[in-house]
Design a protein around this ligand. Structure first.
Ligand code: ATP
Ligand code: MG
Length: 447
């Protein structure tokens, strides 16, 4: 099979005869001519079969037989096609294949997802097949590029990949969203975030990141929440919160730029406005404190085009507030220094303002919501122990975590990015369910 090429590489072979392994996505034509829309996971393009060419090449009988096979191919039949690559300005891909031979590899009968419109539930029930469509293929290519670019960025910045466990004997921070399971007669919990373990890694290795699935029993149905999603957490020592924001901004810019440079075909398929993505790469992100953001929201709440609820200092943002703020600035925006009461126990207070903590959420513009959450961590053993108690947690459960403040505690900070949130933002997808191959949500665990 080595001589097969990928559709995405077709432009390198203009004028040559090539072989491609693919599936028939669609078919059209009449009389002497047949058009096949082919896909192979890298791209979609068209192959054209002209009956007289087949007769000339294979003789009357075999030529007609081959042309007949092409005319009767059904959707998702797998084939190996041979043909000559031609430039073709009229087609979206810019190239097409002048077909000279075809071999059917696997038949396909009554593929359920036809080119007509289908409802979301139907598509979700057939997710294993829906993944073959051009839009889903493009989204997964964006996801793949983001994954690769994450490893590249942290490698370039001196981080070591440090894998946090998925099973844990205690909750990381939020006991209400925990998935519990049985661990040989004792309760165990699926990880909601690798962060606490990553802090142990940072004290051992300086700069660490993890990247893997986390689980949250989110019972609300939103366009932004999955119950299983992939999180990238980074943690680094001798780092302040401001330095952390610089690193986060560099990371997000690196991700967007990588997709622009390496997945342009996918972005084109998705009809993503790349001028906006370029703007996010080239312009500085906005940084605004939680309290200033509340003031700003209050100032604009009776504007004609706003439709969010009034907020007081101390209230949490809803998604209409997040959307409004990030659109107001038009670039990814850090909301800094939230009230300590609605953030995790391990965050360090703002010097001189114990009601606020040194943290930030990064809001994506265009309504894509929060993509990153990060903070500087409390370093003092006694303060942290008291915080754990104040949050209604048991310091005994956190003995190993508290140890990190006993033996050479240092300033450190970190952040977590939700991969699927980033995918929806960069790909321009309305709902997070399309940002992961097999989404898990309330009422959805199959396929
Ligand atoms: P939200 O307020 O949107 O629920 P969060 O404050 O719970 O987010 P963090 O605990 O800071 O989020 O998690 C870090 C990142 O993980 C978030 O910035 C977001 O990108 C992502 N994330 C959080 N919850 C989910 C979820 N249920 N599904 C997908 N991604 C998520
Ligand atoms: Mg949440």
């Amino acid at each position: 099979m080595k001589e097969l090429i990928s559709i995405i590489d077709v432009p390198k072979h203009v004028g040559e005869t090539v072989k491609i392994g693919a599936w028939v996505a669609n078919k059209s034509g009449k009389g002497k001519i047949a058009f096949l829309q082919l896909r192979d996971g890298t791209a979609f393009f068209q192959a054209v079969a002209f009956k007289p060419n087949f007769i000339e090449k294979f003789g009357e009988e075999e030529g007609l037989e081959k042309f007949d096979i092409i005319k009767h191919l059904t959707q998702e039949t797998s084939v190996i096609v041979t043909g000559t690559v031609k430039e073709d300005e009229r087609s979206k891909f810019g190239y097409e294949l002048d077909l000279t031979d075809i071999e059917v590899v696997g038949e396909s009968n009554e593929f359920p997802i036809t080119p007509k419109e289908h409802g979301t539930d139907f598509l979700m029930d057939n997710r294993h097949l829906w993944l073959r469509s051009s839009k889903q293929q493009a989204i997964m290519q964006v996801r793949n590029a983001l994954t690769y670019a994450t490893y590249e960025f942290f490698q370039q910045n001196g981080f070591i990949k440090f894998d946090s466990p998925i099973l844990s004997g205690n909750a990381a921070e939020n006991t209400t969203d925990l998935f519990e399971t049985d661990y040989f007669g004792n309760p165990a919990y699926l990880s909601q975030s690798g962060q606490l373990y990553l802090e142990a890694g940072a004290m051992a290795f300086g700069r660490v990141f993890d990247f893997g699935p986390v689980f949250r029993a989110e019972k609300s149905k939103t366009r932004r929440h999955l119950t299983e999603f992939w999180m990238m957490d980074a943690e680094y020592t001798f780092f302040t919160h401001d330095e952390s924001l610089d690193l986060q901004e560099a990371y997000i810019k690196h991700l967007i730029k990588y997709v622009l440079d390496n997945a342009s075909y996918a972005l084109e398929t998705l009809e993503r406005d790349t001028s906006l993505l370029e703007k996010y790469v080239n312009e500085p992100f906005k940084r605004v404190s939680y309290d200033d953001a509340i003031d700003l929201l209050q100032k604009h709440e009776s504007d004609e085009d706003t439709d969010y609820e009034h907020l007081e200092h101390g209230d949490d943002f809803g998604s209409p507030h997040e959307t409004w703020i990030s659109n107001y600035y038009g670039v990814p925006t850090f909301i800094m220094n939230y009230p300590s009461s609605f953030k995790a126990f391990y965050m360090k207070p703002v010097p001189g303002n114990p009601e606020r903590v040194l943290c930030a959420d990064l809001l994506a513009p265009e309504g894509y919501g929060e993509i990153v959450g990060g903070s500087e961590r409390e370093t003092d053993y006694d303060v942290l122990t008291q915080k754990i108690i104040d949050f209604g947690l048991d310091p005994k459960d956190y003995d190993w975590y508290l140890d990190l403040r006993k033996y050479g505690s240092v300033p450190h900070a970190g952040f977590g990015l939700g991969l699927e949130r980033m995918v929806t933002f960069v790909a321009g997808t309305a709902h997070i369910r399309e940002a992961i191959p097999f989404p898990r949500m309330l009422h959805r665990i199959k396929p």
